[in-house]
Design a protein around this ligand. Sequence first.
Ligand code: SF4
Length: 345
Amino acid sequence: MKKALSDLNLEKLKELCVTLGEKPFRATQLYEGINSGKELTEMTNLPSTFVEKLSNEYTAQGVSILKTLVSSDGTRKYLFLLNDGNIIEGVLMKYKYGNTICVSTQVGCRMNCAFCASGLDGLVRNLTSGEILSEVLTVNKSLGGTLKKREITNIVLMGSGEPFDNYDNVAEFLRLVNNEKGLNISYRNISLSTCGLLTGVDRLIEDKLFVTLTFSLHAPTDEIRNDIMPINKAFNTKMVIEAAKKYFNATGRRIVFEYSLIQGVNDSEPCAKRLAELVKGFPAHINLIALNYVKERSLTGTSAEKVKKFQGYLEKLGVSCTIRRTMGEDISGACGQLRRKYIGK
Ligand code: SF4
């Protein structure tokens, strides 16, 4: 399998150039080409002999866009092809303030959350830092963006995979995408969503990678959470809340909790009361969203009317919360669905 040059930072590209008998300034040209989302053959400022030499072992990007689906609400869903033939997906959401891309961090996932199609086949493999970066770079380029004039303004690590289950590559991706000579996307504009593999929280703090941290909570009690999120048996709700407080104390960043409302499972008034008790006493925000129907799991989202009611219960108890729109439902918007459809599952 060919390796991706997008895995390498500028220093490593310089070393590679020297090894291949090229002048170090070629590394800067290469770096700019890679971070503009180009493939090697599109880097016309490089000597063709150098491009040929590199092409024997490398591609510039770790992914290429295989397919793009555009939803009636403007959301775009991408299928990306990896160099080894695996397929992952990503989503682009357009907001008034800019474009947010949701990237995958693993092929498949081993967390097996009950409401998610990505976990159905287990973990296939981790993505490298350059593969995750190339999801951003290739979409930025496809939207007409360049290194200097970005079309992508925000990133969420909320696609297939549990980011903390692939910590080292995810951490390196954050450094690459934040690099001032690269896309230079600020950590403030990056959200990392974890299902609650809490070992990663301490590591983010140690590494000073102060992104916005989002916890997929989805249930206010261990009883319900054990049923829909197996990770809860290792790290229960109380531990999630403690880790969230620790991250807040270390970073001063408000914590976001994702709460997908599933009909008849976690959408009652007592659930709202219990949820309010859990997040009491520190700056937390809850994103409510009706679950996108996942046919593979036969779970149905709560109706819009009941979601509004649930929000009302929380607001009455002083909890900051918003209802997020379900986006791209007509194009297999839920995580992992499009990939499964494409690979015939
Ligand atoms: S919701 Fe996230 S952590 Fe859970 S199975 Fe899906 S991809 Fe994995």
